[in-house]
Design a protein around this ligand. Structure first.
Ligand code: SAM
Ligand code: SF4
Length: 360
């Protein structure tokens, strides 16, 4: 116990072996790790939990990631693409309900029509909310020019998970073609950062073939990339995907969940002043999953405000939560859930990453 509690008192930097010990922590060690992470989150990012209204505006995607339910080749997915007016109204709903920012997320598309459309939409949202609503994008890999255009039009944060920082594992999770190139994904992350966005990345936990030491490398990768925000959570099988065939060898759900909390906590020790999201996938395993993450180092929650009629079609994995509730249900239950953790919902504020402003 002593060596482990001594480790938690360090300011870092942490070695791969030390991080591996944190990720695998159980029992009393795990409790200590989670307490320390919670303490650091409040100390460096404040007692508020910031909310981002998540708008999953389209499930059309040009890619075929083997884990994802809305991959291009899934013929069972009913494709949708919300009208710009609907997206704008949903953004206004967020603004009127005191959410300081939104996340616009969709499958990856990079055709010129889509790029122009996003550009105009960003400007319209900014104008309609007097520039008050913060906008995060999660729209996959784009050219430097596109990232710049969208930044100029009002987006200021961008999320692009690396999914796994392990090159060989990445290859096993994606088709071997130019759309799914590991180096290109890293280059895209660099481009996002150099454009000036608050840059977010992350990984999935418990993928087929993934080991605990890969996860430690993932944490070191996020540190090395000096990201401002992280969203990471458990990998959950979607039956209509190629990876569903490998479900037998997976860590049990309870272990994927526990490791995910440990990953959040270890990351908080490694990068104390970044924003860390309590991912929705945690809630697919444990109904209180996101609240538990808020007690182990996370400080961001992304309530789903996608119009209810489309939610069931943005099915990345089986048993995705909140697919049949209206936006109101989600917001009110979330405020209550945050209060239960002893934290306060940070309303009307963008809730930017303190780390970003220390660097810039
Ligand atoms: N298309 C964009 C991209 O890939 O960056 C943004 C949307 S994508 C659906 C958002 C994230 O969903 C991915 O980065 C991935 O980590 C996560 N995801 C996809 N399938 C998943 C699964 N089966 N289990 C858990 N997370 C999953
Ligand atoms: Fe498309 Fe993103 Fe799903 Fe990959 S993870 S198939 S890019 S939506």
């Amino acid at each position: 116990m002593n060596a482990f509690s001594d480790l938690l008192q360090q300011d870092g930097p942490f070695t791969k072996e030390q991080l591996t010990a944190m990720i695998g922590a159980t029992g009393a060690h795990q409790t200590l790790l989670h307490q320390k992470a919670n303490e650091l989150a409040v100390k460096h990012c404040g007692n508020e939990v910031f909310l981002r209204g998540l708008i999953e505006f389209s499930n059309k995607c040009r890619k075929d990631c083997y884990y994802c339910g809305i991959r291009k080749s899934n013929r069972h997915t009913k494709r949708y693409d919300l009208a710009d007016e609907t997206i704008l109204q949903t953004a206004l709903y967020a603004h009127e309900n005191n959410l300081g920012s939104i996340v616009l997320q969709a499958g990856e598309r990079n055709d010129p029509l889509f790029v122009d459309r996003m550009d105009a939409l960003l400007q319209a949202i900014k104008k309609a909310t007097n520039g008050e609503l913060g906008i995060t994008l999660s729209l996959g890999e784009q050219s430097r020019d596109t990232y710049q255009r969208w930044f100029n039009s009002g987006a200021h944060r961008y999320l692009l998970r690396i999914e796994t920082s392990h090159r060989d594992l990445y290859r096993q999770l994606h088709p071997d073609d130019e759309r799914h190139d590991f180096e290109a994904r890293i280059e895209a992350l660099r481009a996002i950062k150099e454009t000036g966005y608050q840059t977010g990345s992350g990984i999935m936990i418990g993928l087929p073939g993934q080991r605990v030491d890969h996860l430690a490398d993932d944490l070191l990768f996020l540190k090395e990339m000096d990201v401002d925000m992280v969203g990471m959570g458990p990998y959950i099988v979607h039956e209509q995907t190629p990876l569903a065939d490998q479900a037998d060898g997976l860590w049990p759900l309870s272990q994927r969940f526990s490791m995910s909390l440990n990953m959040i906590a270890a990351l908080r020790l490694l990068m104390p002043d970044i924003n860390i999201a309590a991912s929705t996938a945690l809630q697919a395993i444990d109904p209180m999953g996101r609240e538990k993450a808020l007690k182990t180092g996370a400080n961001i929650i992304m309530p789903n405000i996608t119009p209810a009629s489309n939610r069931k079609d943005y099915l990345l994995y089986d048993n995705k939560p909140c697919t049949d509730e209206s936006a109101d249900d989600c917001l009110s239950c979330l405020n209550m859930r945050i209060a239960l953790t002893g934290r306060k919902a940070g309303l009307k504020a963008w809730g930017d990453s303190p780390h970003y402003f220390k660097k810039n």
